[in-house]
Design a protein. Sequence first.
Length: 176
Amino acid sequence: MGPTNSPLQPGRVHGQIAASVTQPNNGSILTLIYTTLHADCRDIGTVLFTVSVLDKSADLARRAYTSHPVDYPTAGTKPITRDGWYDHVIAGGRSFVANTPAEFAKYFSDHALITSLGLGSCMNIPVISDANRVAGTVNLLAHAGHFDADRQSAYLAIVTTSRSALLAEMNRRYPT
């Protein structure tokens, strides 16, 4: 039985992503990695999609891709704050899921902007290097209550399938 393209089963062009890592970087790898991930996540219901790369030398998270360039430009940065979110995602290497604004407001200084966009839930998926360090995160936002167990599994599968390509791009920009 072959792969399906059900919204909860990733299966788009991840082979292209993995293959592109072995090709010389001609500038299209970034577009292919991020735009494919964005499309797969949008198919499941993600409204706002960003990828952040940790720049540990500057103690910043740098936005590498965004679906909303006006509200969240790719030049954007956030200071790395050692809090419960950091302990869970960066230090612990686990995905953070909040299905209501109250669950993420204490960690996200931009929670008012998030809710003004009609968004009420988020999932932050760490991208973990071969050295078992978090290189960055894939950040997904949607309507309140969106991230049920089935969707969480689907999103994790998408990011896991694309991990090598994500790491190649993250390390190219900000070596760990």
